[in-house]
Design a protein. Structure first.
Lengths: 113, 113
C-alpha cells in the first residue's frame, strides 16, 4: 500500500491563479481530510469528507473547494490564490472518525507570490 | 474554546538523554489524545493514542501519560537518538458527531550528538 499520496510536492503560484492539489489513498478509508500548516502553528482543518459525494467545511474553508467523487480521491481546489494561502497542505485519511488514527500524506508546499 | 497548548516550543538535548514534552488542553467533552511525530518535510505519524480511562501508553522509547482530571498529557522520550529530532504534536479529539481533531502547535526537538 502506498498509503496517502499527494501531488505536487511543491508549487509556486501567482496571485489570482488557480490550482488543484491532488490527494489519493489506497486504504479504502471512508474519511478524508485537508489541513494546512502555517509555520509555528498547529494544523488547521480546511475541509473533510465522510464518504464519496459528502463533504463539509472545517475550521478555515474560505478560498478553497473540494469534491469527493470516489473513495480514493479528495482533491482540493484553490480558485483565486492569495498570499495568505502560502502554507503546507496535508491530506489525511482514516477508517473512522474520532478514535481512529489519521494517516497523513507527505504534504504539498505552496507559495503564492 | 477548545485549545491545545504545548510546551516547550523547542528543545535541544544531547543524544542518549531523556526528555519530557508537555501538553495542556481545554477540549470538552474529551474523547482521546494522540501524540504525533512529524519529521521535517513529512506528514505527521501517530505515536500513541489514549482514551479517557488510560493513564499511560508506551511505544518503544516513547511513553505518553494522561491526567484527564487536570487535562494534561506528557510525552517522555528515553535514551534519545538523533532520529528523534522532529516536531512532536499533541492532538485532542472532542467527542462529537464529527470527531474533529484539535492540534497543538508542536514542540520541536533537536537531538545533538
Amino acid at each position: 500500500n502506498a498509503g496517502v499520496t499527494q501531488t505536487p510536492k511543491f508549487r509556486i503560484l501567482k496571485i489570482g491563479q488557480s490550482m488543484t492539489l491532488q490527494c489519493t489513498q489506497d486504504m479504502n478509508h471512508n474519511y478524508m481530510y485537508w489541513y494546512r500548516q502555517d509555520p509555528g502553528m498547529g494544523l488547521k482543518l480546511i475541509y473533510y469528507s465522510v464518504g464519496a459525494g459528502i463533504t463539509d467545511k472545517g475550521e478555515v474553508p474560505n478560498g478553497y473547494n473540494v469534491s469527493r467523487s470516489t473513495t480514493e480521491d479528495f482533491p482540493l481546489r484553490l480558485e483565486l490564490a492569495a498570499p495568505s494561502q502560502t502554507s503546507v497542505y496535508f491530506c489525511a485519511s482514516s477508517s473512522r472518525q474520532g478514535g481512529e488514527t489519521q494517516y497523513f500524506g507527505p504534504g504539498t508546499r505552496l507559495l503564492v507570490l | 474554546k477548545n485549545q491545545v497548548e504545548q510546551s516547550p516550543q523547542s528543545l535541544i538535548i544531547l543524544e542518549g538523554k531523556n526528555c519530557t514534552l508537555q501538553c495542556n488542553y481545554t477540549v470538552s467533552p474529551f474523547s482521546n489524545l494522540r501524540w504525533y511525530k512529524q519529521d521535517t518535510g513529512r506528514g505527521p505519524v501517530s505515536l500513541t493514542i489514549m482514551t479517557f480511562s488510560e493513564n499511560t501508553k508506551s511505544n518503544g522509547r516513547y511513553t505518553a501519560t494522561l491526567d484527564a482530571d487536570t487535562k494534561q498529557s506528557s510525552l517522555h522520550i528515553t535514551a534519545s537518538q538523533l532520529s528523534d529530532s522532529a516536531s512532536y504534536i499533541c492532538v485532542v479529539s472532542a467527542r462529537s458527531n464529527t470527531g474533529k481533531l484539535i492540534f497543538g502547535q508542536g514542540t520541536t526537538l533537536q537531538v545533538k550528538p
